[in-house]
Design a protein around this ligand. Structure first.
Ligand SMILES: [Zn+2]
Ligand SMILES: [Zn+2]
Length: 1019
């Protein structure tokens, strides 16, 4: 009876004091991310594999200095809220005068050491900053002593308690010495010429990171070794941080005008709200790692209890349960609340990742599930909106430059992977619910033409830079680990130099080299990357490729985002041949700010290979449209509609053909480009084109040197901000002009030695064969940004100008990249120039003649005097020794010449009857069509009519006949282009609230699938 009553009382107590209940239960042993199984696999792997043992040894070495610190010293390291912090010594939002003033002694010389020039030596020079430029050391007082004098009864720094007699320059102790107070900082800065130099504030910012780094190394050492001494030391830091973290607040320092990563919100905790995400990620991760090492450590809890009593701390201490409760409350729960209050925010993906790490470290229901669900809630982390509204089907974000566009995927994939490391949570799974997200792993590699060079689109790279930055094979291999998508494994293997070395090693797995072996097998079986080109309609990049190996040629045309780190460059192209960009983009501007040589030149329309229409630059847009993409052996075609860039024009489109060069040619190249740029409307069109840096030769032009000024006028000096003349014209100088040019002329650029590694021996050219009448043709120099390594001094631009009312221009040119000797003898137009159809005859030095017919509307047939007849859009005929050797017909019914006679059904056209409307990745379309659809369309693009913001062109993955309908699969992916704010349910992504979705296209829309027929002579 007595016993029963006691139990009842206890139950009541527990009900009344839930927080007490938590403490009376045994706290969890493991965090959610580092489970017993994962940890034991890791430790076992360190015994078996050299690479794993190496990681263990590194972890132990790094942790050594931290293990050697006493418990008391570690505990005392952690400062509180009132130790001031900032990321810039002299910046002051409220001060007048220059924004950044540099060093008190050497001034702006310190700027060459970057934005954060001081790197304190915490062990050997505590509380001191050394100028990396002049070596002067500040503050001059012994701040450490002052800090000690200011510690209050709870062991935290309280400026009101500091012994101010310690605030003097220790090299000049005599109060009469004029330097007695020079360089003295009490924590709020040394005031010099009206500016506070916050040496201690900057030091404290880095000091917190130093502590954080120590915590991380201790936690790693425990994870690898299981040696409890590391967990013990880490726990002391964590418990002490948990004591002070709830009171940490950046705002009082922001209010003083100090600087931090707060996105100008004034919010934050230890740091500004953006970087705080990283601070907490480190703390939560370390806690998760060491939790199992805090059992059976009476010395730890005795120490914490002693400290708690000595410093009169409000939280009781002395057991593991109390330690866990303190860190859960002080760090994890405090963080979640701070995220809700936006004191921890960061860019998209960063704060979501922070919350997920805290939820897993907490590993306690119902809160863990609640926090993870919050990530996907419309009024929470809103991940579905992020996945749809800000990403595209290729895995790029809404940024217009390759580097920036792939960053987000890199930020969010660790979050997706983190959720997968916690299998008990199944409500959401990014890679399962948004399967197209897996494209983030390979997107950078897929942007690289010939697998070698990512075009320098927008604020990316530099002029003519060749490389595949961001295409990290390890990241790709990780993608394979989590998706088991063979295509990702193959990309990783190829990007890793056709090797699996170091890829996909999963130390947490029982069989940590299994994935590595799979990548090896898949990579070897797949062989070399095929040459051929493809379309990335989400990012807006068309790649045409020809030839193999180093002699490969590729054409990259971009038609996607011209917002966010983009240039006004829709429909621009760059040509890659002989391992170099031959019509190079200027790349990353001088500074990513709004100064005329950035906004009016580097990012402008006229500095690109584009038509600059009506003296106005292009308007910013999400995307142009695909009209046609087709790559067959020996001929690549892309036709792109860039009307969103010039909405007031009737037509702004470009058709690019990459002709020839297929197969195993050992010759340097015989592939060339036909460029047809169509512009209708307005009264002024300037076609701008430039080659690589180097000498330029013209043939057929009579150029007069303009003695002074720029393309903007003889009286307008170089670099003048646009006023009364168009953007960019004043950046084109050394002008020569032909005011009565023939339609037909050539310009030859020879790439100069030194351009991206070219030597005297290289003799690489690009020659333009113009075929279009114009009012005037000018040559002028334009400068790439001069502060980027390897950028040329200048490039030579060709500017073909046409003026008139309601002008229609078709700039038709042939571009011939060659080494040593040209291979094209002549280029001739066979059409009158007044009709819609364009017919070109290209005669090569070896006697081969190519005929290219372009008939965009295909309304009327084409009949040439030599007998060539075509019903269709695009035709290509190759003739050798007066015999037809090759014929290709695209989107037509017939092409005839000599013995060649091609017949085809023409383009497949039809209507979308039904479409997949969810987010889940199924991406099917049910269609009716005029001609039958068979398996030959697999791999082709289905181009769907759209009034939406995004291009609606998709690669066909598979098809299925369903009565009179055909079901076309374009996945994995979704056609939802936008989720209106608050548009998803709190849990689950299917079934969807489809009324809140906008789509790439609508049911009932027309579509087109390109077809082709080809013919080769036997010989
Ligand atoms: Zn200095
Ligand atoms: Zn550009």
């Amino acid at each position: 009876m007595v016993k029963k009553l006691f139990l009842l009382k206890l139950t009541l107590l527990v009900l009344l004091f839930p927080s007490l209940a938590q403490h009376t239960h045994t706290a969890r042993i493991y965090g959610g991310q580092y489970s017993a199984a994962r940890i034991s696999n890791l430790r076992a792997n360190c015994q078996k594999y050299d690479w794993a043992r190496q990681q263990l040894n590194d972890a132990v070495t790094k942790a050594k200095p931290w293990l050697n610190k006493t418990d008391e010293a570690l505990w005392a390291m952690v400062p509180g809220q009132d130790l001031p912090r900032t990321i810039d010594v002299a910046y002051d939002k409220f001060a007048t005068g220059p924004k950044f003033v540099g060093c008190v002694v050497c001034g702006d010389k310190i700027f060459q050491y970057g934005n954060y020039p001081y790197n304190p030596d915490f062990e050997n020079k505590p509380w001191k900053l050394t100028c990396p430029s002049c070596g002067s050391v500040f503050p001059t007082n012994d701040f450490g002593k002052y800090y000690q004098s200011a510690l209050d009864e709870h062991g935290v720094f309280n400026p009101a308690k500091g012994d101010t007699s310690l605030l003097f320059n220790t090299d000049h102790p005599d109060p009469k010495d004029p330097l007695h107070k020079f360089g003295v900082d009490n924590g709020f800065g040394y005031v010099h010429n009206g500016r506070a130099y916050k040496y201690i504030g900057y030091y404290s910012w880095k000091y917190w990171r130093y502590i954080q780094g120590g915590l991380t190394t201790l936690a790693n050492a425990f994870l690898y070794t299981g040696d409890q001494r590391y967990a013990h030391k880490a726990a002391i830091l964590l418990d002490r941080i948990a004591d002070v973290y709830p009171s940490m607040d950046w705002k009082p320092y922001a209010d003083r005008g100090w600087y931090h990563s707060d996105g100008s919100t004034g919010r934050g905790k230890i740091e500004g709200s953006i970087w705080e995400t990283g601070i907490v990620q480190g703390m939560a991760d370390a806690y998760d790692k060491i939790l199992s090492g805090t059992q059976n450590d009476p010395a730890l809890y005795a120490f914490l209890k002693r400290q708690g009593q000595q410093y009169r701390l409000p939280n009781s201490k002395g057991t593991r349960e109390l330690f866990v409760a303190n860190v859960d409350e002080g760090i994890l729960k405090t963080t979640f609340q701070a995220v809700l209050d936006q004191r921890i925010r960061g860019n998209q993906g960063m704060y979501q990742h922070t919350v997920a790490l805290c939820a897993l470290a907490l590993n306690t229901e119902p809160l863990t599930t609640k926090w993870l669900d919050w990530l996907f809630a419309p009024d929470g982390g809103a991940i579905p909106e992020l996945m749809i509204n800000r990403f595209d089907r290729d895995g790029t974000s809404d940024e217009g430059a390759p580097g920036y566009a792939v960053i987000w995927g890199g930020h969010i994939s660790p979050l997706a992977e983190l959720l997968l490391s916690y299998p008990s949570y199944t409500n959401h799974n990014i890679l399962r619910d948004f399967p197209q997200f897996k494209n983030v792993y390979t997107v950078a590699y897929r942007m690289a033409v010939l697998g070698k060079a990512i075009p320098n689109i927008g604020d990316a790279g530099s002029t003519g830079l060749v490389g595949i930055p961001n295409a990290d094979p390890k990241f790709m291999a990780e993608g394979y680990l989590y998706t088991r998508d063979p295509a990702i494994a193959v990309a990783a293997y190829r990007a890793n130099g056709y090797s699996s070395k170091g890829l996909g090693l999963d130390i947490f797995s029982r069989n940590p080299e299994a994935v590595n072996q799979e990548i090896k097998k898949l990579g070897e079986a797949a062989g070399p990357r095929p040459t051929g080109g493809y379309l990335m309609s989400g990012f807006g990049l068309a790649i045409l490729e020809s030839g193999k190996g180093t002699s490969g040629i590729a054409l990259a045309s971009n038609y996607g985002r011209t917002i966010h780190h983009a240039h006004s460059d829709m429909l621009n192209f760059d040509l890659f041949a002989f391992g170099h960009w031959l019509t190079p983009d200027l790349g990353y501007p001088e500074f990513a700010t709004n100064i005329p040589n950035v906004t009016e030149w580097t990012r402008s329309t006229v500095s690109h290979n584009l038509v600059f229409a009506n003296k106005r630059p292009q308007r910013a847009a999400w995307s142009g449209r695909t009209r046609l993409f087709k790559q067959v052996d020996g001929l690549g075609i892309v036709e792109l509609d860039g009307k969103p860039a010039y909405p007031d024009l009737k037509e702004y489109s470009r058709t690019l053909l990459l002709v020839g060069g297929s197969g195993n040619n050992t010759a340097d190249s015989n592939a060339y480009v036909v460029d047809i740029f169509s512009v209708k409307g307005g009264n002024d069109h300037v076609f701008s084109l430039h080659g690589p840096p180097g000498a330029v030769r013209t043939d057929g032009l009579q150029l007069q040197v303009q003695e002074k000024g720029t393309y903007a006028g003889t009286n307008i000096p170089k670099g003048t901000k646009a006023a009364g003349f168009p953007y960019g014209y004043s950046f084109l100088y050394n002008v020569e002009k032909d005011t009565n040019p023939p339609a037909s002329f050539t310009i030859d650029w020879k790439a100069q030695p030194g351009y991206r590694g070219l030597t005297e021996k290289d003799n690489i050219h690009i020659r333009m064969h113009a075929t279009t009448p114009s009012d005037d043709v000018s040559l002028a120099d334009g400068d790439p940004p001069q502060n980027k390594p390897g950028n040329p001094r200048s490039l030579r631009y060709m500017l073909m100008h046409r003026a008139g009312t309601d002008l229609t221009s078709k700039f038709v040119s042939v571009l011939e990249p060659y080494r040593n000797q040209p291979f094209i003898k002549s280029v001739q137009r066979l059409d009158s120039g007044n009709e819609e159809t364009i017919s070109i005859r290209v005669e090569k030095m070896n006697g081969t003649i190519d005929y290219l017919l372009y008939n965009p509307s295909s309304k009327n047939g084409v009949q040439l005097a030599n007998g060539i007849a075509m019903n269709g859009s695009i035709g290509y005929i190759e003739e050798k020794n007066k015999r037809t050797t090759k014929a290709i017909l695209v989107n037509g019914t017939s092409l005839r010449y000599q013995q060649a006679s091609l017949k085809s059904t023409g383009a497949i056209e039809g209507k979308v009857a039904k479409m997949y409307k969810g987010l889940g990745g199924e991406a099917w379309i049910l269609v009716t069509s005029t001609s039958s659809i068979d398996k030959s369309v697999i791999g082709e693009q289905i181009v769907i009519e759209t009034a939406g913001e995004r291009d609606a062109s998709y690669q066909i993955r598979s098809i299925k006949k369903e009565g009179t309908f055909t079901r076309i699969f374009c996945g994995p992916g979704t056609f939802v282009s936008k989720i209106k704010s608050g548009g998803t349910k709190k849990t689950g992504t299917t079934p969807d609230n489809t009324e809140n979705y906008s789509y790439d296209f609508e049911e009932g829309a027309a579509f087109k699938i390109a077809t082709h027929a080809s013919w080769n002579s036997k010989n």
